[in-house]
Design a protein around this ligand. Sequence first.
Ligand code: 5GP
Ligand code: ZN
Length: 116
Amino acid sequence: MDCIFCKIVEGTIPSKKVFESEHVVAFHDIQPAAPVHVLIIPKKHIASINEVEAADREVLGEVLLAAPQIARQLGVAESGYRLINNCGSDGGQVVYHIHMHLLGGEKLGGLNVKPV
Ligand code: 5GP
Ligand code: ZN
């Protein structure tokens, strides 16, 4: 499958991994938007949150459970952080392999809810 994040899971594209568990991998974003910017992804290819199924509940639970572990590991659990999922064109999704952005390490601006 021609998917950048599947290739990162396979290891054919390099990444700076910060976390790995049975169903999940997390790595530093290549273009960080904050001092800490990690992408948390399921190893399974799911295009977006629109495509999730009930059978994915364990995998998605593992994605969420990874967030506080990574935050503690990178020293932002106490200072705080933001988890973001972009879905589809209007949501700003560029890579169609579901992922959660974990952003922190500075006081983040308010959510931009207006069109760009
Ligand atoms: P989206 O806009 O789809 O929510 O976010 C995709 C994110 O993936 C962007 O923040 C972008 O910088 C990141 N990204 C795209 N290609 C790569 C890559 O090859 N390696 C890493 N580490 N991040 C990537
Ligand atoms: Zn994929």
